[in-house]
Design a protein around this ligand. Sequence first.
Ligand code: NAP
Length: 311
Amino acid sequence: MKPTEYDLVIIGGGPAGLTASIYAARARLNILVLEKSAPGGQILVTDWIENYPGFPEGLSGADLVMKMTDQAKRFGVEIETNRVQSMDVADTVKKLVLSDRTVTCKAVIIATGASPRKLGVSGEEEFYGKGISTCATCDAPFFRNSVVAAIGGGDTAVQESIFLTRFVDKVYLIHRRDQLRATRILQERALENDKIEIVWDSVLTSVNGSDAGVESVSVKNVKTGEASELAVEGCFVWVGITPNTSFLNDTVQVDKGGFVVVNSKMETSVPGVYAAGDVRNTPLRQVATAVGDSAIAAFEAANYIETIEGH
Ligand code: NAP
């Protein structure tokens, strides 16, 4: 039978959760690390990471996850595939309802990350997974030598559009403003790339197609009001992220975007509950910041546990 009592439960097995687990294991805490699917979170589908220090040539998201997981395992960390359904964390003994049992613990680190946001336009649900994707690393090979649309102007949209050009003939990068949000170096690369045509000041109004898949996207210029249709075989939606917090049910304070509010010690509004990485309110969502957050969260959680144990 699986144990039900822990010092610390870390929810999430991405860079934030894995880092917290390394620090907590080295602090000799009895920990449970939960991940709903495969460890790694969003970076698993990130083709190339070149801004995480220590890897001068860059490395794939999958490789970085593997290295972090191996490092955690070296300190005895085991990652359980399970979901938190709900939690009751108001008291010193925290209760978490999982898919198969209820566990108790002294502290919790929420490191559940975020997921791609949807646009809510006509055809999006119908063609999701059938021509609409949020993962270039997973799906780009299906669109070899075709024309695709990419929506968004942030780091994800721009970086992933550049990746797409290794496979496709052309990417229409559709952005609602006349300036990209992405980091300058990514902007420069996109603007220099012959296979990327930026459709400025424009929003997607629908994704159109048939049983055979996506055939076009309808676009509206927000400045002129002009509507047009672009013939594409695929559509990648990268319009930001939404935090994975459905299990929180008002237990901790969140901001208006739903991200968990923490202070500089990664403490949430509830004593003994911490949040780290993309799920928290932060000005920068990177592997480097997730790692920093989690080191602090695990350190503070260990201190908190010592305090309540009266050491
Ligand atoms: P993001 O930075 O929030 O950018 C979202 C983009 O989508 C923005 O350009 C936004 O337009 C646009 N958008 C939002 N809602 C829209 C709508 N309804 N219709 C049309 N366009 C819409 O999200 P992200 O690019 O997914 O990045 C998330 C976080 O991960 C960021 O912190 C980012 O820096 C980080 N990240 C970093 C890297 C890297 O360092 N290489 C790679 C990937 C992600 P506006 O610009 O007009 O708001």
